[in-house]
Design a protein around this ligand. Structure first.
Ligand SMILES: C[S@@+](CC[C@H](N)C(=O)[O-])C[C@H]1O[C@@H](n2cnc3c(N)ncnc32)[C@H](O)[C@@H]1O
Length: 377
């Protein structure tokens, strides 16, 4: 292939890869270009050449898609936070569905028919309740910039507001900018505290309050359908799923290694007068062998909501051996989720019934998924 960095080419976009980049071809050579839509023809400039593919930046849309819309944010394209503001919301959901179906088929050997349509967020802008902004000293400009990492390099884009964040967070952004940290290199976490939930400053809580009722409903529905009497809520944070589903089961136990989150989980349960559950501060991979022995597998459902890197192989192997009646896998990282589902389902140990994607992160490449797995026998 005779492409060179700096070449300007016309590209027909035929797919939107996971991560948000459009896919075009020059002969058989794949070129990735961001901020485009399937069906468009664009002019792009090659920025990076690899053995099997190239990356390019968008210079001009020659034939726009009817699904192209004006982004709401003036930093879109420069800021690395959003990838899809230029795409009509209904089309974002369709593209995310296809990306998940393709990924799960390729990595997890899962039939696309098992992937349900993506549940939309009622508020596609103004939904984020937690963000991390960074400060950086910009030497040439001799000023402190405060904002998010840029889309095209690791420098910080100076931003005064974030359109996908809740108004209360934008208020906090204004305060940080009015009283900037004394030097660069600092990260500041801004958060809207959820109502009626105790959450320590560094502990996890779901990032989008608007779609949270649907996430809870999905998990509760699956638990009811699974019919198990006991729930093991692994990676439980401040007790979110165990507490929300406490009335669906006879008993539950939550496991989480963040000790302050566990303390908060106990408070969250007490606040609701929930008495059929307990919370253990431990690493899942350490405590699970002992914990699983206490439950009858046929009467037990397990929720897995691991961090982005997914579950430890030992944890998955133990679940394969013990075979609880149901595993509900919740994840915001479909690639590691597909890998783990493939392991759980190998040799027909578990059967994947369905994957429900939820658009917890509109305008961005991210998507949450909930999978329902049942033991085979
Ligand atoms: C995606 S969050 C889910 C939290 C919770 N299920 C919720 O919905 O709020 C993952 C959680 O796993 C915890 N975690 C990460 N690695 C862990 C491990 N090896 N053992 C136990 N907890 C872990 C993190 O502290 C975090 O709270």
């Amino acid at each position: 292939m005779s492409l060179q960095v700096g070449d300007k080419i016309n590209l027909a976009i035929h797919d939107l890869a996971f991560g948000g980049e459009g896919v075009g071809r020059v002969a058989d050579f794949v070129v990735f270009v961001p901020f485009v839509i399937v069906g468009e023809t664009v002019e792009a400039e090659i920025t990076e050449l690899k053995k099997n593919f190239a990356r390019a930046k968008l210079r001009r849309v020659i034939t726009p898609s009817p699904e192209r819309v004006a982004p709401e944010c003036k930093y879109f394209g420069a800021c690395g936070g959003c990838q899809y503001q230029h795409i009509e919301y209904a089309a974002q959901l369709r593209f995310k569905h296809k990306q998940i179906a393709d990924l799960f088929e390729r990595v997890g050997k899962i039939s696309p028919a098992k992937i349900a349509p993506v549940l939309p967020c009622p508020s596609p802008y103004g939904y984020r309740n937690r963000i991390m902004i960074r400060s950086q000293w910009n030497g040439p400009a001799k000023k402190l910039v405060i904002g998010f990492i840029r889309a095209d390099n690791n420098f910080v884009e100076d931003i005064a507001e974030c359109k996908i964040s809740e108004p209360a967070l934008n208020e906090q952004i204004r305060e940080v900018r009015a009283n900037p940290p004394p030097k660069g290199g600092l990260k500041v976490v801004l958060r809207v505290q959820p109502e009626n939930w105790e959450v320590p400053p560094d502990s996890f809580f779901q990032n989008n309050f608007f779609l949270l009722p649907k996430l809870v409903e999905s998990v509760r529905e699956l638990l009811r359908a699974g019919g198990a009497r006991h729930l093991i809520d692994l990676y439980c944070g401040v007790g979110f799923f165990g507490i929300e589903a406490a009335d669906v089961v006879d008993s539950f136990v939550g496991v989480e290694y963040d000790q302050l989150a566990i303390k908060a989980a106990r408070q969250n349960a007490a606040l609701r007068k929930i008495t059929n559950g307990e919370f253990l501060a431990a690493k899942v991979e350490v405590i699970l062998p002992e914990l699983l022995q206490k439950f009858t597998p046929e009467k037990t459902s397990v929720i897995l909501d691991p961090p982005r890197k997914g579950c430890w192989p030992e944890t998955l192997e133990l679940l394969r051996q013990t075979q609880p009646a149901q595993v509900i896998y919740v994840s915001c990282h479909p690639a590691t989720m597909a890998r783990d589902l493939n392991i759980l389902c190998a040799d027909g140990v578990f059967e994947l019934v369905r994957v429900q994607p939820l658009d917890m992160f509109p305008q961005t490449q991210h998507v949450e998924c909930v999978a329902d797995l049942r033991r085979r026998n």
